[in-house]
Write a new protein. Structure first.
Length: 270
């Protein structure tokens, strides 16, 4: 008998939007989440731990401990164990997967001998399960009430961290939108991608030769001894934008990837 994927939760479209708002699909920062996997292994004694989020198509692993390096960080949603854990906000603990009707035919069980699996939902404050913090073992296990409590607390800490990142991301997006609106107000028919190029130069990020031509065309910059620098108009514009240190740092972290910045703006506006 073949493995049967989980049903799609009724709130999945809204849940996926919550996943997208975290921004973790656009970047890889495994070092931010390694500690959760390490602690999950320490608490339970299991040899394998991982944490990740699930959108409508895939599971994106944020960090893992105990997996071979060749195992991909992304997996089709309908092939994962964790698809069954995003339906609720309570832990899913399977002491022996070989006798569980949902998992006994899963390749992880049949081909790799996984027997124990525990998934602790990573949820938002409004009740959407973004993903899971998991442990597994190739032998049957039972977690004590205290270990379950500790793992729930750990998953809650991870949930809080992701929510903080959402709020920071939203704050950055709102700052960028306000700045872009000011730029567009100063230059007729300015496209957002052109405004981003102007902003990158103002915060001392490297720009392309085409962008240099754009800045000189708008009178924002000129060349002195073959070095591009802000013109008087550019300096006035920088002053008008009123870029404080906090805003500069947040924008600088994003400005190296135009697509990431565009994705963030789209998600916030959406």
């Amino acid at each position: 008998m073949n493995f049967k994927p989980a049903n799609i939760p009724s709130n999945d479209a809204l849940r996926v939007k919550a996943v997208q708002r975290t921004g973790v699909l656009d970047e890889s920062k495994e070092e931010l989440y390694d500690i959760y996997c390490f602690l999950a292994k320490e608490i339970t004694g299991c040899p394998v731990s991982w944490t990740g989020v699930i959108d409508n198509e895939k599971q994106f692993v944020l960090a893992r401990d105990g997996f071979p390096d060749e195992v991909p960080m992304e997996m089709p949603r309908d092939q994962t164990l964790c698809q069954f854990a995003i339906e609720k906000t309570e832990p899913l603990i399977i002491n022996d997967m070989t006798i569980d009707y949902r998992f006994k035919n899963h390749p992880a069980v049949v081909d790799f001998g996984v027997k124990f699996y525990a998934a602790f939902p990573v949820t938002t404050s409004d009740g959407y399960t973004l993903g899971t913090l998991c442990v597994s073992d190739n032998r049957v296990r039972r977690l004590t009430k205290n270990k379950i409590k500790l793992l729930k607390g750990l998953a809650s800490k991870l949930s809080y961290q992701l929510e903080v990142q959402v709020n920071q991301r939203k704050g950055t997006a709102e700052s960028v939108i306000n700045i872009l609106n000011k730029l567009i107000g100063n230059f007729k028919n300015l496209q957002i991608i052109e405004a981003i190029s102007i902003l990158k130069f103002i915060i001392n990020e490297q720009i392309s030769r085409e962008d240099e031509e754009l800045l000189m065309q708008f009178g924002i910059a000129h060349k002195k001894n073959d070095i591009l620098e802000l013109s008087s108009q550019g300096k006035n514009l920088k002053s008008e934008l009123n870029l404080n240190i906090g805003t500069l740092k947040r924008i600088k972290n994003l400005s190296s990837d135009n697509q990431q910045l565009m994705n963030m703006l789209d998600q916030i506006k959406g």
